[in-house]
Ligand binder design. Structure first.
Ligand code: 3HC
Length: 399
């Protein structure tokens, strides 16, 4: 039972790991944050301290609360200090060799009852579990950026995770104020499998000069009410993370929808990773950015004028909706889980299935057909969407 333990370890204090430390410490857990060396540890500590200081400055936290929270956190470069941890979350870089090093160590150091959770977004939790002698106690606990703000936590259960471990991970997520959704160990889980192909579509639209980056971002925030445009969001998430998710989706499904945009791959190769490197689709170095030209080619004009039965918002959002219908139709996520994932993980005002129902399955299918006729999408509508139409239904939710 989660009430019976309070000692949590977090391994890896990058943006996500530091955010996870903050979330646990705020919820009253004693947390040991571990990094590889003093420099990385100092960076992680500064991240937590800055975030809490900001909350104090905004009047969201008192100075007493701030010092109580910091008093619950221990920073260390020694994994051995996790020997008495009840629950450990790993948030190290997304490389299997690094995960192997961490998990074999944790398996040796932590008592047999300790739950080992991974925050991986693009590696197989099953493979990570297999690195240990306690696959039944290994689970995914996938947070969303910024971790202190976004409410969703995906609890990723492998075929070997014990039901008690899944239940406990869900309880832990609730105790830290998050909304857990339990998902299987499939590429991209729920939220990233929907979000990242949509970001990739936006990158392709930019790369193919269908619209400027500002047009792409503001179209989505204005017309659908999403909190951020896809290119701004790609910069926040990290272009390397987006590419890793696209590649794992491609590896698993081998469908053209999951081919990473060439520009995404090139930007990662060039070290333009988004906010964390100071440059992505936008510049974060403080340098003056030259104004971008608005594309004026024939396709850009046709999309802008809606000449082929769809506009830029349709081009970006309708395949995104279709992906969610496909996922539900494949039985991988329920309607509720698919919508919760996007609302609580990515701040969408409405879930993708809600958007489908609001717009009507017939209208979504018409736009998909126009997009396919114009050569923008290669896939046919999700079987469940086709089924709804054949059944004469315009919504997926029955009530
Ligand atoms: N750390 C802590 N708090 C933060 C923060 C951060 N990095 N960034 C913003 N906040 C807080 C602010 O302090 C503010 O708190 P308050 O309401 O208590 O004052 C609140 O969040 C809102 O922030 P702002 O007013 O500064 O800015 P916005 O209203 O523009 O919101 C946002 C910022 C919350 C990031 C919002 O734009 C959003 O929801 N964007 C979508 C983010 C998203 O989709 N994340 C998921 C990406 S996918 C992922 O992470 C998975 C991975 O595996 C790829």
């Amino acid at each position: 039972m989660v009430q019976e333990f309070d000692k949590v370890g977090v391994v890896g204090l990058g943006t996500m790991g530091a955010g996870i430390v903050e979330v646990f410490a705020r919820a009253g857990f004693r947390v040991t944050g571990v990094e590889i060396d003093d420099t990385a540890l100092g960076r992680g500590r500064a991240h937590v301290e800055k975030s809490l200081a900001k909350a104090v400055a905004k009047g969201k936290l008192t100075e007493e609360e701030q010092s109580a929270i910091l008093g619950r956190v221990t920073f260390s470069t020694e994994r051995e200090n996790l020997a008495d941890a009840d629950f450990v979350v790993e948030a190290v870089p997304e490389r299997m060799d690094i995960k192997r090093d961490v998990f074999t160590d944790l398996d040796r150091i932590c008592p047999p009852g300790t739950i080992l959770a991974t925050n991986t977004s693009s590696l197989s939790v099953t493979e990570i579990a297999a690195l240990t002698s306690r696959a039944d106690k290994v689970v995914g606990l996938h947070f969303f950026n910024p971790a202190p703000v976004m409410k969703l936590v995906e609890v990723v259960a492998t075929v070997g995770t014990a039901p008690g471990t899944i239940e406990l991970a869900g309880e832990v997520a609730k105790r830290i104020g998050k909304t857990p959704v339990t998902v299987g160990d499939r590429a991209g889980f729920v939220a990233n499998a929907l979000l990242v192909p949509y970001i990739n579509d936006a990158i392709k639209a930019y790369e193919h000069k269908i619209a400027s980056r500002e047009e792409i971002d503001t179209t989505v925030t204005k017309s659908v009410g999403l909190p951020m445009g896809p290119l701004t969001l790609a910069d926040l998430v990290g272009l390397d993370v987006c590419l890793a998710v696209m590649d794992v989706l491609w590896d698993e499904f081998r469908e053209s929808r999951y081919v990473a945009a060439p520009l995404l791959r090139r930007m990662v190769a060039a070290g333009k990773l988004g906010r964390k490197s100071g440059q992505g689709f936008y510049d974060y170095s403080g340098a003056e950015e030259p104004a971008e030209e608005v594309p004026t080619g024939p396709i850009a004009r046709a999309v802008r004028d809606g000449a082929h039965g769809f506009d830029l918002a349709d081009l970006l959002i309708v395949p995104h909706i279709d992906d969610a219908v496909r996922m539900v139709g494949e039985g991988y996520a329920t309607v509720e889980d698919a919508d919760t994932a996007m609302r609580f993980g990515c701040g969408y005002p409405k879930g993708l299935i809600e958007l489908l129902d609001e717009r009507g399955a017939d209208s979504v299918a018409d736009v998909l057909k126009s997009l396919a006729d114009a050569g923008f999408v290669q896939h046919t509508p999700a079987p469940l969407l086709a089924h709804l139409l054949r059944a004469g239904r315009t919504t997926l939710r029955t009530s």
